[in-house]
Design a protein around this ligand. Sequence first.
Ligand SMILES: [Zn+2]
Length: 281
Amino acid sequence: MKKTSSDSLPSKQKYKPMPENSLLISPIYAYSDNYIWCISNDKQQAWVVDPGHAGVVETHLKNNNLSLEGILITHHHWDHITGISELTKHRDIPVYGPDSEKIQEITHPLYEGNTLSVFNRKISVIEVPGHTKDHIAYLLSDENAPNALFCGDTLFSAGCGRLFDGTIHQLYASLNTLSTLNNDTKVYCTHEYTLANLEFAQAADPNNDAIKQEMIRVNALDLNTTPSIPTTIEKEKAINPFLRCDQLSVQQTVTRAKQLTADNITEEEYFIALRQWKDTF
Ligand SMILES: [Zn+2]
């Protein structure tokens, strides 16, 4: 997918009238493969998650007649935070995010187990360090719809984030935590990496039919107008090798690829070898 930062929302995803009390979660395309997720209600109010670019957010708000009410941040990387200062310059709105010295604009620092309310829905904070040490995820609970997880760069469809300033042990624990969420939880990650991840998943788990099916589905999409995201926890448990290190098929492939020879290799050690393999794939 190649989009420029000035592109607006594809016309086929223009807002339609919404049922009362429902929420809409829409992608705003930014940079070459980022998604800034916009959560809006039937009163034309919106929150955005990880606004790495102010211009595309302003265009989306204007095109859809939305007012920005708040910002959620998952971690400090530039492509997730660069738009905050411009978006808040003329708006008095809260900016929630991790307690990180690298994000000056945070007005409400958050920690594991904190909750906040957005459009009368509860959002729970889950600390998911690994990709960065300050990474948090937001779980939005909705009585009328499956829960929605905004997990930044921690869990991707068929993959996971690379290590920056967190540790591999943290990343393993964080992904294990996310894998225990309800199966129907919709997962809104922040990059369109699915096809490349599926290619690695196929190498790591070659006889997995669910991966083959997902490859066919995503290949048929026009990713310029239709993201492969959201995924679900259930689907990720079926296709994502980083959530499948308990499976013999994955363990055998990793053992061959990384020439592991030790006895009694733990699931975490398979995970570490898998992450190293992906880094050079
Ligand atoms: Zn990142």
